[in-house]
Design a protein around this ligand. Structure first.
Ligand SMILES: [Zn+2]
Length: 401
């Protein structure tokens, strides 16, 4: 396979870097539209003979792209990734984050690791097999809004199911993993609790309802809960932090020393281990509020209020061990075993929809979401033959009719 001239003796072939640089140049921060990038990719994949479909968000500002090479009536291999990137605001970049910069065997730019490097690899891999007659199809699924809760992938799965489409037989999401193979990760939930108290003079505490006190009770309960969950550790070998974690991210309350505070707002999250009840922490907190916190708070003043709202929520990902795609990814990467990703991904949506999925891609998650994000030439270069072999094995099975 000929990919063209090299940038330097140790660097990857040119096409991967030039394509990555085009993708990085589209500012697809999650709050913005991704349609310009989708248009660019769509044109390129159509030119390579892929069947391209768009699945637009409800407001039409964003779209998922699903491109297929090969037969449409059977499930094939889906190479999946998100097009959106995290914001650069407030980060100290050494150069323009949306202009790819090469130095010392690295490509710097927002999204190089997470995860436009993989998108570029997937496009080149599809183009490389454009003239082959695939027995099972190759699908490229490029989504929107992964970084803000995987809304794009969820919509794509809903639409495909509603249309009665044959789903891919397996999927690889190229999240940065240094080509380790991940088959699971934790779920995530974010919860906001608002406490509305009654203000008054601090010298007469019985005249008001101090909103900080019930908030502090809930915080204390969350600290206890985390300790209980840590004591029930499991899957030590797969997870770096092998238990459901709880964290209080924000507590805002009060105005002045001599005023009984009339409001408090608490934000906490918890990340549930696969296989555990994803509502356990929520139910514990709600039960505690109903039994202990609310009665005491309202006894102070009948106008006191507590409102709880789940602001974000995603199921854990868990691909049962021993699947075909896991075995294949392990074989092709040489990894010993599939473990747990230390981050959330669209894998939860795909596995939830019934598509056996692993995470495996170029770059390191430690480089993602940071200033001077980068992916190395070595990782990009490693990806090309790897994807070629993956496509060969799934889409051109030996011995198939
Ligand atoms: Zn990502």
């Amino acid at each position: 396979m000929q990919f063209g001239k090299r940038t330097d003796p140790h660097g990857p072939p040119m096409p991967i870097v030039s394509l990555l640089s085009r993708l990085v140049a589209f500012d697809t921060t999650s709050v913005l539209s991704n349609l310009a990038l989708i248009g660019f990719v769509e044109e390129r994949l159509r030119a390579a003979g892929l069947e391209v479909e768009r699945y637009a968000s409800e407001d039409g500002r964003k779209a998922n792209l699903l491109a297929t090479l090969g037969p449409l009536d059977v499930g094939g291999l889906m190479l999946a990734g998100h097009t959106d990137v995290v914001p650069v605001e407030g980060q100290a970049w050494s150069s323009d984050p949306f202009t790819l910069r090469e130095a010392e065997g690295r490509c710097y730019g927002r999204g190089t690791a997470d995860m436009k490097g993989f998108l570029a690899l997937a496009i080149l891999a599809a183009e490389a097999v454009r003239h082959r007659r695939l027995k099972l199809p190759l699908h490229l699924a490029f989504t929107y809004d992964e970084e803000t809760g995987c809304q794009g992938a969820a919509l794509l799965m809903r639409r495909l199911k509603a249309a009665g489409r044959v789903l891919p037989r397996c999927a690889v999401i190229g999240e940065p993993s240094n080509f380790q193979v991940f088959r699971m990760h934790k779920g995530i939930a974010g919860v906001r609790v608002r406490f509305r108290g009654v203000e008054g003079h601090s010298g007469k505490p019985r005249k008001g309802a101090n909103a900080i006190y019930p908030a502090a009770q809930v915080v204390a309960r969350l600290v206890e809960l985390e300790a209980e969950l840590e004591a029930r550790r499991s899957m030590e070998s797969e997870f770096e932090v092998p238990y459901t974690t709880v964290s209080v991210g924000r507590l805002r309350a009060g105005t002045a020393l001599n005023i009984i505070p009339n409001h408090a707002e608490l934000l906490f999250e918890y990340r549930t281990m696969p296989g555990e009840d994803p509502d356990y922490v929520l139910n514990q907190v709600m039960g505690y509020i109903e039994e202990r916190v609310r009665p005491a708070f309202q006894a102070r003043h009948p106008d006191a209020r507590i409102e709880l709202q789940v602001v974000t929520r995603g199921a854990p990902m868990l691909l049962p061990p021993g699947s075909e795609i896991e075995a294949l990814a392990l074989e092709l990467t040489g990894a010993r075993r599939a473990t747990a990703a230390p981050y959330y991904s669209e894998g939860a949506e795909y596995v939830g929809a019934g598509i056996p999925t692993v995470l495996c891609g170029p770059g390191d998650i430690d480089q993602a979401h940071r200033p001077d994000e980068y992916v190395t030439h070595e990782q990009l270069q490693r990806g090309l033959p790897l994807l070629a072999r993956l496509i060969e094995r799934v889409c051109l099975p030996q011995g198939a009719a």
